[in-house]
Design a protein. Structure first.
Length: 734
């Protein structure tokens, strides 16, 4: 690769993009302008919400006249008011003796529903008398000698009864669905809690009881989090998601103009006729996209820092209501995010370049922006989930690990960020490498670069596929089948009722697998291709290959078991899921072994292989390399299992099955491997003889249970490698 050619292409593309005013405004100027304006709007809205008064009606205030004062001149007394009392707009109404308490309560609810009041405080008639009786009783008890007889009126039953009655008031009527009513309830509750403390103090003084008895201990929380981390908590959840969205947007718009736009302008042919190689063209365009994406992210960070330090920091001083609500903006500490953004910019730029290269026109390229954003959105939102932490498992998830790392950097948790920074960078760069390989493959494909825009009608497209079936499926057919299987699996899981016994579980699981996975694959091969048996890879295999297919799952079983343990160590199973698994295993313990074998081993081995290593792998092989097709089918095979831990383990197994299917061009050996692999688990749990045989190669591990010993795993792995090598030699001519 010539670095001179790459530099020339980079300079050419940068110069062309700098002439485009729309790109400059979208990627560079808009981030600088947006956050100050957004900060002003947020502050104005927050001030409006925090300063608005709550309309509160007070019913029966005449019943608390002899208690410690709560109201004075139709306002909360100054000692109890505070911020909550100052924001209460009170309206007083006397108790209507002609109505019952329930009727008063219902009328209060009606007034709130009609927006006459935000909340209503109701003091029942007996509240004051009960408190005065209690005060008298406390005074009488404190004045009696210790050896005097107990007061018959102060029996424990009576006290308990009186105490129970005290819980009947006052009442706060509000509507939790209405935000204004919810705020009013919290303000009223804050005032009444202070009033309750004053009543308690008066009772203790009446009985000459030390006030310390009410609170014999005081729990003092000591928060070890740094002040900057606590004040930046809310911003650390929001900023990573906004930053990642702008990074993707900053990469996508230049990519569409550099690839799909050049197709429309007719300048791509001139570039391809030059001395630069395709990889150099891809590299130059990628560097251009990365430059704009990086500067978009940089300007976002600078705008956020400026808005926080110089604007909100001065207009929202410490101790103000806005400061209590929002905390302080992290300011310059967010600039540490540039360290994470470099590999993330590379990944998003490569993805955008690949999608834009595939598009026929700029308009079509913009359509690909939304699916890409939707796929990344759940991963970006992980930073907003409070229970998700940055660890080794989450750091290996693309986009999600970067979002969590950004959150830790903004919160100044540098120790955690340094510990898991390398895995985050590794996963981002690996995804960048895959996307770059995809973009390079598209630039090497003339059918992708020079395909023209065409009118497309769904009805004619469907009619063409059914009237003119192809000899082999296309990659588009394979991907459509995979997406259809995922959608059908989702609806099947939602529709199928919760199993009550082992018969219902095994039957529903088998039928759902047949209908959602096997039947669509067979129908697609039969209706869309002229050679369904060939495209499903149903072919005979040689006897040596058949023997290897019998031995390989037995030899590789210990390694697969330890891979499952590693997956569960990285991504532990939740307690709720463990309870569900335990209940399911208890249910299956009652089933006959052959029933479980058919449902768990035979049905998946047949119908999953027809779909993934049959039709889907055949379609992907027609337009991609073999290993690309293997990895894509393994990924979809893992996703269909639904549970993350099972999906990762199934993905590893799918790579092996795909390799066997490609080498033999048949799914019969993959069915055999799949059947034996799943069947070992069933036989081990159900048949005592096999269980005792397998236990000889296993050991007990703390926290794991029975697993294959390291010696057994090492020997099995060596045997499996030898079988794979022998298999590779036997199938070389296939």
């Amino acid at each position: 690769m010539s670095w001179t050619n790459l530099r020339r292409i980079f300079v050419r593309e940068i110069r062309d993009q700098l002439r485009d005013r729309r790109t400059l405004f979208t990627t560079l100027l808009l981030p600088l302008m947006m956050y100050p304006i957004l900060g002003l709007v947020v502050m104005q809205v927050a001030q409006f919400v925090s300063e608005s008064s709550s309309k509160v009606q007070v019913v029966g205030s005449e019943f608390i006249a002899e208690l410690p004062p709560l109201f004075e001149e139709e306002q909360v007394v100054q000692e109890l008011a505070g911020r909550n009392g100052e924001l209460l707009d009170l309206t007083f109404e006397k108790w209507d003796s002609k109505r019952t308490a329930e009727q008063i309560y219902e009328s209060a609810g009606t007034a709130i529903d009609n927006d006459q009041y935000d909340a209503v405080i109701i003091f029942p008639p007996g509240l004051q008398q009960r408190l005065l009786n209690l005060k008298t009783r406390v005074t009488r008890l404190s004045s009696k000698p210790e050896d005097s007889e107990p007061d018959p009126d102060s029996s424990s039953a009576t006290v308990d009864n009186e105490t129970e009655q005290l819980k009947n008031g006052p009442w706060i009527v509000f509507n939790s669905v209405d935000d204004k009513s919810e705020i009013a309830q919290k303000r009223v509750m804050g005032v009444l809690e202070k009033w309750q403390v004053s009543i308690k103090d008066s009772l203790f003084r009446a009985g000459n009881i030390p006030l310390e008895i009410a609170e014999p201990i005081v729990v003092v929380p000591r928060n070890t989090a740094p002040e900057e981390s606590r004040s930046a908590e809310i911003w650390a959840s929001i900023i990573p998601m906004m930053l990642l969205m702008w990074t993707l947007s900053g990469a996508f718009y230049p990519a569409v103009d550099l690839c799909a736009g050049e197709k429309e302008r007719g300048t791509l042919e001139t570039l391809l006729c030059g001395p630069a190689k395709r990889i150099e063209i891809v590299g130059g365009k990628l560097l251009t996209i990365m430059t704009f994406s990086f500067f978009t992210s940089l300007f976002n960070l600078l705008s956020i820092a400026f808005t926080g330090v110089f604007m909100i920091g001065r207009m929202m001083p410490a101790g103000s209501p806005l400061h209590d609500r929002l905390g302080s903006v992290p300011g310059w500490s967010i600039l540490w995010s540039l360290v994470v953004l470099v590999p993330l910019v590379a990944m998003f730029s490569a993805l955008a370049l690949s999608a834009a290269t595939f598009a026929r026109s700029s308009k079509e390229g913009q359509y690909y922006m939304m699916p890409l954003l939707i796929l990344c959105m759940p991963l970006m939102m992980i930073s907003m989930m409070p229970n998700v932490e940055l660890n080794l498992g989450t750091s290996l998830i693309p986009v999600a690990g970067a979002a969590l790392l950004l959150r830790n950097l903004i919160e100044s948790q540098f120790e955690v960020a340094i510990r898991f920074g390398l895995p985050v960078i590794f996963s981002s760069m690996f995804c960048c490498y895959l996307a770059l390989r995809w973009a390079t493959a598209q630039f090497n494909s003339e059918s992708v670069l020079f395909r023209e825009s065409e009118k497309w009608e769904f009805r004619l497209w469907i009619r063409q596929y059914f009237r003119n079936p192809k000899a082999v499926p296309t990659a588009a057919m394979a991907i459509c089948l995979a997406l259809l299987v995922l959608v059908l699996r989702f609806f099947a899981n939602a529709i199928v009722p919760e199993p009550t016994d082992w018969q219902s579980f095994l039957m529903s699981n088998s039928l759902a697998l047949i209908v959602t996975v096997g039947v669509p694959a067979v129908l697609a091969a039969w209706m869309l291709t002229t050679k369904p048996w060939v495209n499903l890879k149903i072919r005979k295999i040689s006897l040596p290959v058949f023997a290897i297919a019998l031995l390989l799952p037995l030899a590789i079983q210990p390694l697969i078991g330890w891979i499952g343990v590693a997956v569960q160590w990285l991504y532990p199973v939740s307690p709720a899921m463990e309870v569900g698994f335990t209940s399911l295993m208890g249910m299956l313990d009652q089933a006959p072994w052959w029933w479980v074998f058919v449902a768990i081993a035979l049905v998946p081995a047949v119908f999953e292989e027809l779909a993934f290593r049959g039709f889907m792998l055949s379609g992907l092989q027609t337009e991609t390399r073999d290993w690309t097709a293997i990895l894509i089918t393994a990924a979809f095979f893992g996703i269909t299992h639904g549970i993350l831990q099972q999906s990762l383990s199934a993905g590893f197994m799918g790579i092996l099955l795909g390799y066997v299917a490609v080498r033999t061009d048949s799914i019969l050996p993959t069915m055999m491997i799949h059947l034996i692999h799943n069947g070992i688990v069933v036989m081990t749990d159900k048949i005592t003889t096999i269980e005792s045989l397998v236990s000889r190669f296993q050991m007990e591990y703390t926290g794991i249970g029975s697993m294959y010993s390291p010696v057994s795993t090492a020997v099995g792995t060596l045997v499996a490698c030898g079988l794979i090598y022998l298999f590779h030699q036997k199938t070389k001519a296939t």
